[in-house]
Design a protein around this ligand. Structure first.
Ligand code: FAD
Length: 304
């Protein structure tokens, strides 16, 4: 192993909150770390992120900058702005190859590569996603509290989702964009809670500078709303390399892991949205810390 150039204790693929946090704890454990990130974090579409204690309202850009500055004092933690395209598991190490052909070797590998959102096909939705249309009311409900809100969605979870958004505003319209996937009792229940259900097809969402203004329906009606919460966004893995290496994936396209992100492939860990689909920043960072400790403990034990 000693003869390998570019040998790291650990390569971290993905530099969102999960990967950055793992890099910090591993750096502080004297590990030689390479973090490789192609800078497409999921919350890049937002103007600010909420709910991370001490960082409530931070921009995604600022979050990354502060984290990278903190890592800079650990000289044995290196960062590379690149895309990982291939990883192979050899007998005692992993071989990682980037898009530009850089080859690196590591004893362990951690994937914190997140997921990609696929929005429902509604004209005008993409323009407001992350500005006035969001997946999670806990992340962005407060900023739009008590305003005329919308829920867009029609999956099996639509009843529970709509009920939770109602916590932030009782002035709520549910747009199912077609025949509602609700039984009579659920419909009655929502109406009893002053929630209007609109099953007509949406023609277009009107907005200005990312701010939702109204729903234009195919029947010609215009419904004024200031923000929307979207249920049932399809998430897919941003990186399929762990699957190719033998990691299991569930029916919702989330990686299956054991404690602290360890997978069935020895030495390979997966954390953050890649395993939870929606973790939020603080849970992703927390998983980074736990996986970092676990990886370091594994190396200590192996070297003992
Ligand atoms: C609109 C919206 C608003 C949100 N608002 C909030 C909020 O207010 N508060 C909150 O707590 N959470 C919020 N979230 C959720 C939060 O963004 C995610 O849960 C969190 O970013 C997950 O962190 P992660 O580190 O797992 O993944 P990510 O942050 O997505 O980071 C993954 C990183 O891996 C990189 N990557 C992927 N594949 C490769 C590869 N092959 N090679 C190199 N790099 C790769 C990506 O470029 C990316 O930088 C929001 C999400 C969305 C969509």
């Amino acid at each position: 192993m000693k003869e390998l150039r570019n040998l790291f204790d650990i390569v971290i693929v993905g530099g969102g909150p999960a990967g950055l946090s793992a890099a910090l704890v591993l750096g502080r454990s004297k590990r030689k770390v390479m973090l490789i990130d192609d800078n497409k974090p999921r919350h890049n579409v937002t103007y600010e992120s909420h709910g991370y204690l001490t960082r409530d309202g931070i921009t995604p850009h600022e979050f990354k900058n502060i984290s990278r500055n903190e890592l800079a004092k650990y000289k044995h933690v290196e960062l590379m702005n690149e895309q990982v395209v291939h990883v192979e598991k050899k007998e005692k190490h992993f071989e990682t190859i980037t898009k530009n052909g850089v080859k690196l070797y590591s004893l362990k590998i951690l994937f914190a590569t997140g997921v990609t959102d696929h929005l429902p096909h509604i004209d005008g939705l993409k323009e407001i996603y992350g500005r006035s249309a969001f997946p999670c009311p806990y992340c962005d409900g407060w900023e739009f509290r008590d305003q005329p809100l919308a829920v867009i969605g029609n999956s099996d979870r639509i009843f529970e989702y709509t009920r939770s958004v109602q916590n932030w505003s009782s002035n709520l319209v549910l747009f199912t964009n077609g025949s509602a996937n609700l039984n009579m009792e659920q419909k009655k229940n929502l109406v009893q809670h002053q929630i209007t259900i609109i099953e007509n097809k949406i023609k277009h969402l009107n907005s200005e500078n990312g701010k939702l203004q109204s729903f234009q329906l195919e029947n010609g009606k215009l419904i004024l709303r200031t923000a929307a919460f979207i249920e049932g966004i399809k998430e897919t893995q941003s990186c399929k390399i762990p699957e190719k290496l033998g990691c299991r994936i569930d029916e919702n396209d989330a990686y299956i892991t054991k404690q602290n992100g360890l997978t069935d492939v020895s030495g390979l860990y997966i954390i953050g949205d890649a395993k939870n689909l929606f973790s939020g920043l603080i849970k992703s960072a927390s998983e980074g810390y736990c996986a970092g400790v676990s990886i370091n403990s594994e190396i200590i034990e192996e070297n003992w």
